[in-house]
Design a binder for this molecule. Structure first.
Ligand code: CS2
Ligand code: MG
Length: 403
């Protein structure tokens, strides 16, 4: 038996807040898991410290599934982003420990490598189409095989995905939500023009993606999907809020543009209908918000049965610990599609030393036993928590809308 002797939550803010769970065992082996939930970090800290960590002490660290079931069913109040992020952190840390004890990189425990590397996409963004396309050329020159395009919208002072800093993007920009203004009618004609310009400059031999960030109705999404078909997007992401999974039927009936959704989901129940009816092409729910490796593996298996591939969320507000674990999963998953890769800042990378590396448009998790990511606690302590929340969106008439 490998007894859990300590379970501690580490909050650090090297430019943005991260929440990390560290589990230590009687053999001196430790594992870590990401528990970061952008804008609600302290809720997960409390869920872990007050309701989970005390339950872990003395348990056998090898019994990952039993502990997962205990935390999921034992909570009574199942599901939700806070609960599932907390469970994810425990699950990820325990898989890290098991792989370290086995002396194997985590992907070997999942079933070994299914590919040589993990294709990633970077984020080209700009105030206008010209600047966005120039950024995309820069990403292509860096070796990316896939690039997400997000541009400013004429007449809107701000929009999702366009940042001052071109390599790093952090939307949680104030202690209280800043208010953005949105106009779908200004947005809808802009994206096809962006893709037309991008294809002219970049050619056909590169994957181009776009994120509508929950802001369209199903029929508006269908419109955009049709308008983009001549430019063959790799995917159109989060075209409409997906609480009503059936609404994706309207989009599916009108366009062949591939659809990706799921970064805000936290269990298989959020996407079961979308997957079983093949209403989407990529599922984005990743390790930190989807209950960890043990539960996201269930989602990936259901997706595989229904021609849906993985396309994990990988924004800067998911820590390098999530990225490391996700890359081992990506290397193994038979129905892997693509991995989002918003680079972390050097300060963040210093707090979270990691084995994963970027080359020729792919990331590779490395061969270090475990998931290959650790936390420098002394350095982490130098960056205290800083209140930050995500923005909200209003329409031009003041209606509260989706951010
Ligand atoms: C975005 C994210 O990466 C993406 O696809 O949707 O930037 C998202 O806005 C943030 O992760 C929210 O914290
Ligand atoms: Mg997104």
């Amino acid at each position: 038996m490998l007894k859990i002797t300590a379970a501690r939550v580490i909050v650090t803010c090297p430019g943005r807040n991260f929440v990390t769970l560290k589990i230590e065992t009687s053999d001196g082996v430790h594992g870590i898991g990401d528990a970061t939930l952008n804008g609600r970090e302290l809720s997960v800290v409390s869920y872990l410290e007050d309701h989970v960590c005390p339950l872990l002490i003395g348990r056998d660290a090898h019994r990952i599934e039993d502990i997962w079931q205990f935390l999921y069913k034992g909570a009574y109040w199942r599901r939700g982003p806070v609960t599932m992020s907390a469970i994810a952190a425990v699950d990820t840390a325990l898989w890290d420990i098991k792989a370290k004890v086995a002396g194997l990189p985590l992907y070997q425990l999942l079933g070994g490598a299914s590919r040589s590397g993990v294709m990633v996409y970077g984020h080209a963004n700009g105030a206008d189409i010209e600047e966005t396309v120039a950024e995309a050329v820069r990403y292509k020159d860096m070796g990316y095989k896939a690039i997400r395009l997000q541009t400013g919208v004429p007449g809107l002072s701000s929009t999702y995905g366009v940042s001052k800093d071109k390599l790093f993007y952090e939307p949680a920009d104030a202690a209280l939500p800043t208010e953005n203004v949105w106009s779908t009618s200004r947005y809808l004609p802009t994206v096809p023009r962006l893709f037309e310009a991008a294809r002219k400059v970049l050619g056909d031999d590169i994957h181009l993606l776009h994120d509508s960030h929950h802001r369209l109705t199903p029929i508006e999404a269908a419109r955009l999907g049709k308008d983009l078909e001549p430019y063959r997007p790799f995917w159109l992401e989060d075209v409409t809020p997906a609480e009503n999974q059936a609404s994706f039927r309207h989009i599916r009936n009108h366009t062949t543009t591939p659809l990706a959704v799921g970064e805000v989901f936290n269990t298989v129940w959020d996407c079961k209908q979308l997957i079983e009816e093949q209403l989407i092409d990529y599922i984005r729910t990743t390790i930190v918000h989807g209950g960890g490796i043990s539960h996201v593996r269930r989602i990936a298996h259901l997706a595989e049965l229904n021609n849906v591939r993985t396309g994990f969320h990988g924004a800067t507000d998911l820590s390098p610990v999530c990225m490391g674990a996700a890359l081992h999963f990506d290397l193994w998953a038979p129905n892997f599609g693509i991995q989002e890769y918003m680079r972390h800042t050097p300060e963040t990378d210093a707090v979270f030393p990691h084995a994963y590396t970027f080359a020729s448009g792919d990331l590779h998790p490395g061969e270090t036993p475990g998931h290959g990511v650790d936390i420098d606690e002394a350095l982490a302590a130098k960056y205290p928590y800083r209140p930050a929340q995500l923005p909200v969106n209003r329409l031009e008439d003041g209606t509260l809308f989706n951010w």
